[in-house]
Design a protein around this ligand. Structure first.
Ligand code: SF4
Length: 958
């Protein structure tokens, strides 16, 4: 971390400065909150903090208005009118928690899976997932399934980690940086700081993205690819690199499974599996002796060529042979892919040459001795200074998992993973899928009044780990880990309401959600979801989803659709922990975690959701939350953070354990939170110098990881270019093995579960006709907003008060549209009327807009005529959670068939100019919604800022 001047913390500038962690997006920057008397006056970046080093973005500084929002809920609420009406009455916490307990206890006693517990952009998943496990329901997940699970799972299954929380570019040493599908402000301050460093050193940045805004706008080069075709571009790049011999063969042999022998025995049960010895070790051919040996044997070099006979039938060849056969195919040449990607063949070849030049002509060598896991000593660390970052743009497609895997394979072909100048893991990653727990929730694991034997989310390694009954029916409401989406590591949040409403695979009794605005911007088919939430059984007159409990800090659109509201605090009013058990704030060279703490006490009858969850857990008698005498084990979340141990010595926070000097492992320390507060709200520990690179294979790092409690024993591993896990599912689809998919899914599994990354046309594109819907449509988060709560924040509303549909000049000319015109946009599912803005720098056949700015009229305590609801819109109205029917009577999810990732970016549309006599208001225009439970009706003036100025006039200071 670079040295920065110390901030002025003298009482002149503030009466008090409290250091905590921002929550205005998911970056978790350190912030200094300045107080004058009891009032927050100013938020600035914490210059000592590892994430942001003092940098603060617009969102972060506007946290002050988030804290003062008139839409904050003020007390627990019970619905008294019909669902959706917004008619509630305030109740006490005792009544709220007793009601929730009365609803949940019988479910747990009879069939715990009848509780569906799902959370949104929740930063306490280590707690919420554990709570679901203790309750005994498999029906838990957070927002990952509708965000970027393809990125996370594609990374974990290939290299043991992915981008963002899992790793980052080696900003100080990289010489070429590529961004694939990264939203304009994703991973906000860290990437901005990194890009600043690259600019200082004159390092070239290339962005591959259909839209040239944000990071793409400041990149040196922009490639405006056609949505959904990134996998094709990546495979073309791999082909050009292989063709020209510009791949790091030594790296592939040493660190990847390219030399592992794969059995070829077409039509047989062992086809495509690794050749293994009796101990289960994958086999390779020793280059020197030509003999077959275990891949983990030291002192030999595996061959990338050759063939051996397999006793049980067939032959075996190195995976590299299959890689060459697959990826040298004519249909992956740049000339063959350019029509689909929109990237000219010449440009692809130029990009491949740039990658090769930087990787192989500008090699970095660090004189740092290290020892690998086989005991071989190395006197240098060698790096290929090409780094990459990717996110939702390439992953939120039905082919996204394979695309994400392809991108990691491109990195591996260049030898640029976990090396100087390349992509570097952040502890506790790398961590391969094989050492993550398997998901719990098999039929015999779900029992009355019994916790699940493990966490509901995990990584499966083959059909034997699926959560299905003996007829193949899913045990989870979202059908995660079933044949519909076998490797769905983050669940399928976008399918929960639709499946619960349809009773498919079964109905639920209680839907319990936290921070998930499912009645608006967090759902596909928004109108349909509102109807499902309010739909009643015609015979009984009961709601089809019988009970809904919802917790949020704000009166979002979802509040009106719940039966019981548990009001949360703002992020400045509660304890939180940014834990190594969840998604920590580590850097490539340091382990780190952080806290939030109540820098200001709530002035309303609200409670932090995590404390409420622990209280509810104790009332329900959940093991782990209850003492032997039935009393609550934890007073509140702070007590849990300090005293909970996931296993002996390992708790939510890694710093200041034991007597205050232990790190990673250690007894609970009653003074731990105070120590974090004194330290600026975070803790960090630097990695040993010989552990900084090659973490997956470096014994110094592996030993450090054991010392810190990431693993109980060293867990070195080999990067998985060829995925045997995918092949096992493919074999099952071909009819091998006892656990078989339903017939209607066989073809899809055979096509999509290829053990080497491949590309297939996104499903919506396959199911719609280009003549009807010729244009791709996308959304991305705006730079100044992250959560849907941003567009009710008075400071941020001044930056984005509404969102137009951005279209290319080509489309504008074709459809006779100019800036400020209105257009109808139609998909297979719906039709919306929106304002239009014409821009350069967008793929000519793509339209896009910012998501989550459009609000339902009256929600969030906004004025009914607020621009967010008159000129702000959601593309969600055009997207369905199901694909267009194909006449087989089945419901096909609009998701990646491997992970279940919501395919938001597969949307195809048509546009048409609105008639000049139509109203200039977005359509659909829903009836105004009451904002239940908010503090007051909106005051749209910037009164808070004015008050400060008034204070200053009177001689006060900020
Ligand atoms: S980048 Fe995110 S976490 Fe950091 S200051 Fe901005 S909003 Fe807060």
């Amino acid at each position: 971390m670079s040295k920065q001047p110390k901030i002025n913390t003298s009482p002149k500038s503030a009466d008090r400065i409290a250091k905590t962690t921002c929550y205005m997006c998911a970056c978790r920057c350190g912030i200094n909150v300045h107080f004058k008397g009891d009032e927050i006056r100013y938020i600035e970046g914490n210059r000592d903090h590892p994430v942001n080093q003092g940098v603060l973005c617009a969102k972060g500084s506007a946290g002050i208005m988030q804290h003062l929002s008139p839409a904050r809920l003020r007390a627990p609420l019970k619905r008294v009118g019909p669902r959706g009406s917004g008619e509630f009455e305030e109740i006490t916490w005792e009544e709220a928690l007793s009601t929730a307990t009365e609803w949940l206890a019988p479910i747990r006693a009879k069939d715990p899976k009848k509780l569906a517990f799902f959370t949104g952009r929740d930063q306490s998943q280590a707690l919420t997932g554990w709570w679901a496990q203790q309750f005994g329901t498999p029906n838990f997940a957070a927002h990952g399934g509708f965000c970027s699970v393809n990125m996370a799972a594609g990374g974990i299954y290939t290299i043991g980690g992915a981008f963002w929380e899992f790793g980052s570019p080696d900003w100080e040493k990289t010489e070429l940086f590529l961004l694939f599908g990264v939203a304009e402000d994703h991973d906000s301050n860290p990437i901005k700081i990194g890009l600043g460093r690259l600019k200082d050193r004159g390092v070239r940045t290339i962005s591959i993205n259909p839209v040239q805004t944000g990071y793409s706008a400041v990149a040196d080069d922009w490639i405006g690819i056609t949505p959904g075709s990134d996998g094709l571009l990546i495979l073309s790049l791999i082909q050009v690199l292989m063709e020209s011999g510009k791949i790091d063969v030594d790296y592939l042999i040493r660190y990847t499974n390219a030399p592992w022998l794969v059995i070829r025995n077409p039509g047989q049960a062992n086809d495509g599996l690794f050749l293994r010895d009796s101990d289960g070790n994958a086999q390779v051919i020793d280059h020197k002796t030509g003999k077959t040996v275990a891949a983990n044997k030291g002192g030999m070099t595996p061959a990338l060529k050759g063939e051996v006979k397999v006793k049980s039938g067939g032959i075996a060849v190195p995976a590299f042979t299959l890689m060459a056969e697959e990826w040298m195919a004519a249909d992956l040449s740049p000339e063959a892919t350019e029509a689909k990607t929109g990237v000219p063949a010449k440009r692809v070849r130029k990009l491949a040459a740039e990658l090769a030049e930087v990787a192989f002509e500008r090699t970095i060598t660090i004189d740092q001795p290290w020892v690998d896991w086989k005991g071989d000593k190395h006197d240098k660390m060698i790096g290929r200074p090409v780094s990459m970052h990717a996110m939702r743009g390439i992953s939120a497609h039905s082919n996204g998992f394979q695309t994400c895997r392809a991108l990691h394979v491109l990195q591996l072909m260049l030898g640029s993973v976990e090396c100087p100048g390349g992509f570097r893991f952040k502890p506790p990653y790398p961590k391969p899928a094989s050492i993550h727990p398997r998901p719990a929730g098999k039929p015999d694991q779900i029992n009355p009044n019994t916790p699940l034997p493990g966490a509901p989310l995990g990584y499966l390694m083959g059909p034997e780990d699926l959560l299905v009954d003996d007829k193949g029916n899913p045990t989870r409401i979202d059908k995660a880990y079933s044949w519909d989406a076998p490797m769905s590591a983050h669940g399928l949040m976008h399918m929960v309401i639709s499946n619960a409403h349809a009773g498919d695979p079964y109905p639920v009794d209680v839907l319990f959600m936290y921070m998930a605005n499912m009645a608006w911007n967090s759902s596909m088919n928004t109108r349909g979801v509102m109807e499902m939430l309010t739909d009643k059984d015609p015979e009984t007159g009961d709601y089809k989803i019988p009970k809904i409990i919802y917790s949020d800090a704000y009166s979002s659109e979802m509040v009106a659709f719940a039966d019981l509201i548990l009001p949360d605090t703002t992020y400045l009013e509660r304890h939180d922990c940014i834990s190594l058990l969840d998604r920590p704030i580590c850097e490539a060279e340091a382990v780190a975690d952080a806290i939030r703490w109540p820098v200001v006490e709530p002035d309303r009858d609200v409670r932090g959701f995590q404390s409420v969850l622990l209280d509810l857990g104790a009332r329900l008698g959940l093991p782990g939350m209850t003492n032997d005498d039935g009393s609550a084990k934890y007073k509140d979340y702070a007590d849990y953070i300090v005293n909970h141990q996931r296993k002996p010595g390992i708790g939510p926070l890694s710093g200041f354990r034991g007597n205050g000097n232990d790190a990673g492992r250690g007894e609970p320390n009653p003074d731990q939170i105070n120590r974090y507060i004194e330290n600026g709200g975070f803790w960090s520990k630097h990695l040993p110098e010989d552990a900084l690179y090659y973490k997956h294979a470096n014994m110094a790092y592996q030993n450090f990881a054991v010392e810190m409690g990431f693993f109980d024993k060293p867990e070195p591993y080999t990067f998985q270019i060829y995925s045997e896990v995918l092949q096992k599912f493919k074999l099952a689809a071909e009819g091998h093995g006892d656990i078989q998919p339903p017939d209607h899914l066989r073809e899809q599994i055979k096509t999509c579960f290829t053990p080497l990354p491949s590309w297939y046309q996104p499903f919506e594109d396959q199911r719609t006709k280009d003549d009807d819907f010729p244009i791709f449509a996308l959304t991305q988060r705006p730079m100044a907003m992250y959560h849907s709560w941003g567009s009710q924040n008075p400071w941020l509303r001044q930056i984005h008060g509404h969102n137009p549909l951005f279209i290319s000049a080509e489309l504008a000319e074709k459809h006779d549209l100019s800036d400020g015109d209105w257009a109808w946009v139609t998909s297979h599912h719906g039709r919306i009327r929106v304002p239009v803005a014409v821009m350069e720098g967008v793929n000519p056949n793509t339209v896009w807009t910012w998501n989550a700015i459009g609000k339902r009229r009256g929600a969030w305590q906004l004025d009914e005529d607020a621009p967010e609801s008159r000129k702000g819109f959601l593309l969600n109205h055009l997207i369905h959670e199901l694909l267009p029917p194909k006449g087989d009577g089945l419901r096909w999810a609009n998701s990646d068939p491997i992970t279940g990732q919501a395919a938001w970016y597969d949307l195809k549309v048509n546009i048409e100019k609105a008639s000049p006599d139509e109203p200039e208001v977005v359509f659909p225009d829903f009836a105004p919604q009451q904002s239940p439970g908010g503090l007051s009706k909106p005051d749209q003036t910037l009164r808070y800022g004015l008050r400060i100025i008034e204070d200053e006039k009177k001689g006060g200071t900020r």
